[in-house]
Design a protein around this ligand. Structure first.
Ligand code: CMP
Length: 140
């Protein structure tokens, strides 16, 4: 059965940018057949970070999350490919690096549950919201 072509938002977080893992991470996506169809490097403002993580605003770690993602430059990308949302999540591994399988980004690179190197959309609905925030022109 063929899977649908999807778009998903990926962010390479400050901990990975600072430690020079941009190329390593992008190679994993491209090597798995995910195409980068939009990309931007920037430091998010507090307000952009709060909008991005709005679904987590009731969580106790919301302030920490916003402070970290806006602390330094990030690389924001739209990845496109068959079943891209799940494929990206498989490449990233579990949110907590302690639980991530060997060979995943979070197992191989991440420092902690907060400094976990990458973000990826968790559903089609959230992928649309997240892509709309940064790359409205690319949304299919
Ligand atoms: P991300 O995929 O960017 O989406 C929400 C983020 O919340 C998640 O990655 C983690 O980095 C972060 N997170 C989840 N649980 C915790 C926690 N207990 N403490 C700090 N950050 C967390």
């Amino acid at each position: 059965m063929t899977q649908d072509v999807q778009q998903t938002l990926s962010i390479i977080k400050p901990d990975a940018v600072q430690r020079d893992f941009i190329g390593n991470i992008i190679s994993r996506f491209e090597g798995a057949g995910l195409k980068i169809v939009a990309m931007q490097m920037k430091q998010l403002s507090k307000s952009e970070a709060e909008t991005f993580y709005a679904i987590h605003k009731e969580r106790p770690f919301f302030g920490e999350l916003v402070d970290f993602i806006s602390s330094d430059k990030v690389v924001i990308m739209v990845l496109e490919g068959e079943d891209a949302i799940q494929a990206n999540r498989d490449i990233m591994g579990a949110t907590n690096p302690d639980d991530a399988k060997a060979g995943t980004i979070r197992h191989d690179i991440s420092l902690s549950i907060g400094e976990n190197s990458v973000h990826g959309s968790d559903s089609e609905a959230n992928a649309k919201i997240e892509i709309e925030q940064f790359f409205p022109e690319i949304l299919k």
